[in-house]
Structure formats: structure tokens, C-alpha cells
Ligand binder design. Structure first.
Ligand code: SF4
Length: 434
């Protein structure tokens, strides 16, 4: 269905051209527009002709002049301008299946949409791509695409994704590579399933698609305490994490010698679980899969240390940092390092928050809820404010995963919450802000 225009950005090319809300965008330069990809792809040029239909069905053509690549300025009912493609898998490790009941509905949505991969960086499994979808990606050169591969063993992939098409869908990786599509791949590793020789095989198969395969992240599966009735998986052990790191690092060393890039990186969580030191910041090259927890902590620490000389001799108003059990020791270490040159930065200001909501196996700061903060911080000496990671809050910063607001948590604790970006320099800024 052609997308309906619900608004026009003020001062945009569409506003100057006289496009009206309520009209429907039928085509750009004669090509029908089905969704956001068509809109962005066919709307790239500097001179366009928009075919529009009014609510009474009458059609008109409107010329639009703009800079090449500039957005036309139309606002549609939904971002995709189309229905989102849902996931057709039943992955044994799926985090969404492990959410407790009663959370807000949007958290249970399982998307698997190539358009969101290209536009927002979401990972796709390739299992629900039709031949027409594949052709379109190749034709429009939608790149890069983030792919959840998990394993390149077709039978094992069928078992892990619990989808008959999962093995066959791996062939799309080769077609994308031939078509010049860049892919950032992810391997979620479940100990005893796709680790060991299976992991070696996956890395080696993906290497054959280099440079189309541009990066590979290897991360442990996240296990909550809400797994009743699900496939029996064990949490990643310290030994298992160490073995995964050894395999990934050996492969990365080989790739460095062969191609001048490591190509694959283990997630921060693996190093923390294994009790191994995190690699230096340079190890992560371009931080291609930063959002996936690859090199996040090393970069954060580097940013903090780089910015620290600018705060020498300064004193901070009393504060507390509340973070997940994984990040807490690193933040305490940073304060300890900063303490000799600044005042009031004792490491004891960092409080590690246990994740009671999802279970202790979930250690990342981004999954801490408002109620865990309140239960574990209430009654403690917190100073004048509590610094939290901004990624505990939904985009827009208004609520935690359990729908508590920062205002409600702050009120329960008697001090305001201050969100800090995943940026070591921002932590220093927030610590010293007056
Ligand atoms: S692809 Fe797998 S992990 Fe992702 S949402 Fe679907 S079932 Fe869950």
C-alpha cells in the first residue's frame, strides 16, 4: 500500500514544493514507493518528480528541488512506511523468550527486517528473506547488513534457530558477498553447541567471504532466570569463555597476518566471565561492532584516562555511581587511578547493582531496572546524586525496562539520577559538573 504523508518538515524541500499532509506518495520519478528504502533510494537525486494522490483520489505531480542526498522532508505514519518483518525463528538462546511476563509490549517484538539492519544496525537472520527481498538488496546495494550467523554448519543452524530454512539461508551470505554487499556478522555462542570446533569452522567459513564479511563479533548468549520450559542451556562458564577467547584470538592473529585486520573480536563479556584482562583500545581497530559490546569497556577507559588531565586538582560534589556487576570493577579502578590527582573520587563511590529482575547471570548495566536500583540503593549514603549509565533508559531517556522513570527512582532514593553516556569523558564531565 502506498504510504500516507502525515506531516511535512518545516523548511524542507517538500514544504517548499507545496506537498500537503494527507496526500499519499505514489511514486518518485515514476518508480512506485513501497517503503522507507524506496523513499531514501529513489529520493536521493537533486531533481525529483513526486506523484501524489489526494484523499479524494485525484493525482498530481510535484517537482522537488533539493541538494543531492538531502531528505525530501516527508513524515509518514511509521518509520518503515510499511509493516515490520517479524522473526520466523525460535532460537534456543533468544533473549526475548526469557523476558518475564508483564513487561511493556514493545519489548516482546521480534523483528527480523533487513531494512532495520541497514538503517538502524539491527541484526537479521536471513531466514525470512524472500527471493524478491534478496534481489532488491542486491539491486539497491543495501550495505552494510548486520547478520546473526551463529554457525555456518547448516544442520546446527537449523537446530539452533529452530527454523527449517536456517541452513539453506546461509547461501545468501555468498550471494551478498558476490553482489558487493558488506556484512558484519555475529556469532552468539552457546557453550557445548556452537563453540569449540564448530566455532573454528564458522570463523573459517566466514573468512572465505572476506572482505565482504567486514567484521565478526563473538558474544556469549545472555541467560536470564526466566527460562522455564525453554531449551536446556547452561550459562557460559569461566572456562568456556576462556576457550572461546583463545579460538577467536588465534583466528584474529591469523587474519591480522593475512589481511592486516583481526576480522573477529570476542565480546567484553567473555573477557569478564573468563577473568582475563581486556585488550587495549587499539586491538579493536575501527570498533565496527561497538554497539554489540565489542571493545566498549576498553574505549570507555581510554576516553576517561585521556580526559582526566583536564580535571587535575578539582574536587567533585559527593556522588555515587550505580552500575552493573560487569562494569563496576572497571569504574572503581578508574576512580582509583584518578583519586591522587582529584578530590572526592574514592573507588568506594561505585556500587555494583545485582540484577534481581533478570537474574544474577545478567551483568550488563543496560539491563538494570529501576526497582533493582531502588531496592539496593535505598538507605545508603549516596551523596548528592547517583550517576547511572544512560543505556539503562529507553531511547529518549524516559523510562527503565520496568517502566519506572528516573524521576520515580530519584524520588525513592532522595537524590536525582544523572544519566551518563557510554563515554569515559562524559563520566568525568558528569562527576565534576556543578
Ligand atoms: S532471530 Fe532468534 S534471537 Fe532474534 S528475535 Fe528471533 S528468535 Fe529471538
Amino acid at each position: 500500500m502506498a504510504p500516507k504523508i502525515v506531516g511535512i518538515d518545516a523548511g524542507s524541500p517538500a514544504a517548499r514544493a507545496g506537498v500537503r499532509p494527507g496526500e499519499t506518495l505514489l511514486a518518485i520519478d515514476g518508480t512506485p514507493v513501497r517503503d522507507v528504502l524506496d523513499y531514501k533510494f529513489y529520493g536521493y537525486d537533486a531533481h525529483l518528480a513526486l506523484r501524489l494522490a489526494a484523499e479524494d483520489g485525484t493525482e498530481r505531480e510535484v517537482p522537488v528541488k533539493k541538494r543531492e542526498g538531502e531528505d525530501i522532508g516527508l513524515v509518514f505514519e511509521t518509520y518503515l512506511m510499511d509493516k515490520m518483518k517479524r522473526c520466523s525463528n525460535g532460537c534456543v538462546f533468544c533473549f526475548i523468550d526469557q523476558l518475564p511476563k508483564g513487561m511493556r509490549e514493545t519489548l516482546y517484538v521480534k523483528d527480523d527486517d533487513a531494512r532495520l539492519s541497514f538503517l538502524m544496525g539491527n541484526y537479521i537472520s536471513l531466514t525470512n528473506l524472500s527471493e524478491a527481498d534478496v534481489q532488491r538488496i542486491l539491486k539497491m546495494h543495501i550495505s552494510p547488513v548486520n547478520v546473526s550467523v551463529q554457525t555456518t554448519n547448516p544442520e546446527l543452524r537449523v537446530k539452533m534457530l529452530r527454523n527449517r530454512r536456517a541452513g539453506e539461508a546461509l547461501k545468501i551470505l555468498g550471494r551478498f558477498a558476490e553482489g558487493g554487499i558488506t556484512m558484519n556478522c555475529q556469532l552468539v555462542v552457546c557453550e557445548g553447541m556452537n563453540d569449540g570446533d564448530e566455532l573454528r569452522r564458522s570463523l573459517s567459513d566466514l573468512e572465505k567471504l572476506y572482505p565482504a564479511v567486514n567484521s565478526i563479533s563473538v558474544v556469549p548468549f545472555g541467560m536470564t532466570r526466566h527460562r522455564e520450559g525453554l531449551y536446556p542451556l547452561q550459562p557460559t562458564t569461566a572456562g568456556g569463555a576462556a576457550n572461546i577467547i583463545d579460538i577467536v584470538e588465534a583466528f584474529a592473529a591469523h587474519c591480522m597476518e593475512a589481511y592486516g585486520t583481526r576480522l573477529a573480536w570476542g565480546g567484553d563479556e567473555l573477557y569478564i566471565k573468563a577473568g582475563r584482562p581486556l585488550p587495549d583500545v587499539d586491538y579493536y581497530e575501527d570498533f565496527t561492532q561497538f554497539e554489540n559490546g565489542i571493545g566498549m569497556m576498553s574505549l570507555f577507559m581510554d576516553e576517561f584516562r585521556t580526559a582526566l588531565p583536564g580535571y587535575e586538582g578539582r574536587g567533585a560534589r559527593p556522588f555515587t555511581i550505580a552500575t552493573g556487576t560487569a562494569a563496576a570493577p572497571f569504574l572503581a579502578q578508574l576512580l582509583d587511578e584518578a583519586s591522587p590527582s582529584c578530590h572526592n573520587l574514592e573507588a568506594s563511590r561505585v556500587i555494583s547493582i545485582r540484577n534481581d529482575f533478570f537474574g544474577e547471570g545478567v551483568s550488563v548495566a543496560g539491563l538494570i531496572t529501576g526497582q533493582d536500583l531502588v531496592r539496593q540503593l535505598r538507605g545508603r549514603a549516596l551523596g548528592e546524586r547517583v550517576l547511572i549509565s544512560a543505556n539503562m533508559l529507553r531511547d529518549g531517556g524516559d523510562v527503565f525496562l520496568d517502566d519506572m522513570t528516573p524521576g520515580q527512582v530519584g524520588e525513592a532514593l532522595g537524590v536525582p539520577l544523572v544519566p551518563v553516556e557510554i563515554d569515559g569523558a562524559d563520566l568525568l564531565r558528569k562527576i565534576f559538573e556543578s
